[in-house]
Design a protein. Structure first.
Length: 447
């Protein structure tokens, strides 16, 4: 909680600035929402239950950072997070995939997160057990210690092998180990499974009759260590405790990002079977956002305090085209700005995971050094803005296309350019994109 408390709204925005350029209004909105969660946890339990999260609706074109803001926010506060597409609930029949599946997906993400943390806690004990099991495979029938006249002394051969094993000197030696088969969890597959997962359910029925079993596998010690470490860690973790911790974290800190919510809005002045279907999906999503109890494989999850962040471009429909009840559940609305050349220039160089840095690192693995002049970076940003205007506006995603086209030949021949330094200047950029914008059809095809 102490680390959590240091996340003031200003600090949250600063952290988001490390990865996302601009969009200050959206960053402030999510920062306040997260801070209110921290404030709520300091209240008495009876008061805490009365305060619901203020869900957020982000409005803006694709590629401007909506998903990234939500994902980075969840990572910042170590919260379970899933992204779902609202349109997938309309794909089959009147209502497609069961809308409650978003909660099951979130619970599964929370459970995996907790299990990873608990594995870290038991790692040392699990590693010791793995070492002993590998030694048993190397020296079958020999005990770890020799008992003689009520005096227990270490087995010298085993201790010698153990030293080699710890130092990694035996990693390439093959051994035969006995591992648990994967049929054990078959009984769980019926709990809280959505309809579309029936195929996987039936495929696991065979496990009902086989149960957990052991099978022998032959592999190198390097591989065996990983397999056995997973198995021993699982034995040391209390699964009920993990499920309880995950459920609490999901209910109190979980974040669900619902993308393309504008695609399920009924367009103003239109009435059709498609619009009826869209409204049906909205009404199915409504109780999840309002707060309901959903059955999952890990127990019943209360969705009352899960934070929902919805997003859409709303180019055809408007936020007011959503049903009033759903609109009321997203009281905070922020509009994200379209990106211009200045934004693209910052995106290329400022974030910690900037595209320039990514491509430079990739080519360094081939001993090719890339350098970009400021003029070249500016020209790339201008080209990206122009491409978005002449073709479909896909925001910052256009930069990936631009960079791939720019560095295509360098990447192809990188293995033949070991030790070289390649400077990307304005002339290089101009040559690579020469004539593309003179032919609109060519620009659409290439960029």
């Amino acid at each position: 909680m102490n680390d959590f408390e240091t996340l003031t709204p200003r600090k949250i925005v600063e952290e988001l600035d490390r990865f996302i350029i601009g969009q200050t209004k959206a960053k402030k909105a999510v920062a306040i929402a997260l801070r209110n969660r921290i404030r709520r946890m300091k209240l008495a339990p009876e008061d805490r239950e009365e305060i619901a999260p203020k869900n957020i609706l982000m409005i803006g074109p694709t590629g401007v950072g909506k998903t990234e803001i939500a994902r980075r926010l969840a990572k910042l506060c170590n919260a379970p997070f899933v992204k779902v597409e609202a349109t997938k609930y309309t794909e089959v029949g009147y209502v497609g995939r069961d809308v409650e599946s978003m909660i099951r997906d979130l619970m599964a993400a929370g459970y995996r997160m907790v299990m990873e943390e608990l594995r870290e806690e038991v790692l040392n004990t699990a590693e010791q057990k793995v070492t002993e099991r590998i030694l048993d495979a190397l020296l079958p029938g020999m005990q770890s210690q020799i008992q003689s006249e009520n005096v227990i002394t270490p087995n010298p051969t085993r201790e010698w092998l153990k030293g080699q094993l710890v130092r990694g000197e035996l990693d390439d030696r093959e051994i035969e180990i006995e591992v648990t088969s994967q049929n054990g969890g078959a009984l769980e597959i019926f709990a809280g499974q959505p309809f579309e997962d029936l195929e996987s359910t039936f495929s696991g029925i065979a496990g009902l009759f086989g149960g957990k079993g052991k099978k022998k596998r032959r592999m190198k010690i390097r591989e065996a260590r990983n397999v056995l470490l997973q198995e021993e860690s699982e034995k040391l973790i209390d699964k009920d405790k993990a499920a309880e911790l995950a459920r609490e974290r999901v209910e109190q800190n979980g974040i669900i990002f619902v993308d393309e919510i504008d695609k399920i809005a009924s367009r103003s002045g239109q009435t059709s079977s498609i619009d009826v279907s869209r409204e049906g999906v909205q009404r199915d999503i409504l109780p999840i956002v309002e707060g309901s109890k959903v059955s999952t494989k890990y127990g019943i999850v209360d969705t009352t305090h899960i934070l929902f962040i919805a997003a859409g471009a709303f180019t055809v429909s408007k936020p007011t085209d959503l049903i009033p009840e759903l609109q009321g559940r997203f009281p905070i609305r922020v509009e994200l700005d379209s990106l211009n050349a200045a934004d693209f220039e910052k995106i290329l160089i400022e974030p910690e995971n900037s595209l320039i840095r990514q491509y430079t690192q990739l080519l360094e693995t081939e001993s090719v050094k890339l350098t970009f002049t400021p003029q070249a970076i500016h020209e790339l940003a201008v080209i990206c803005e122009q491409a978005n205007k002449q073709t479909e506006n896909i925001g910052a995603r256009r930069l990936h296309t631009i960079m791939e086209h720019l560095l295509e030949d360098i990447s192809f021949y990188a293995s033949e350019k070991k030790g070289e330094t390649v400077t990307i200047d304005e002339a290089f950029v101009a040559e690579r994109f020469k004539g593309i914008f003179e032919r609109p059809d060519l620009a659409k095809f290439i960029l």
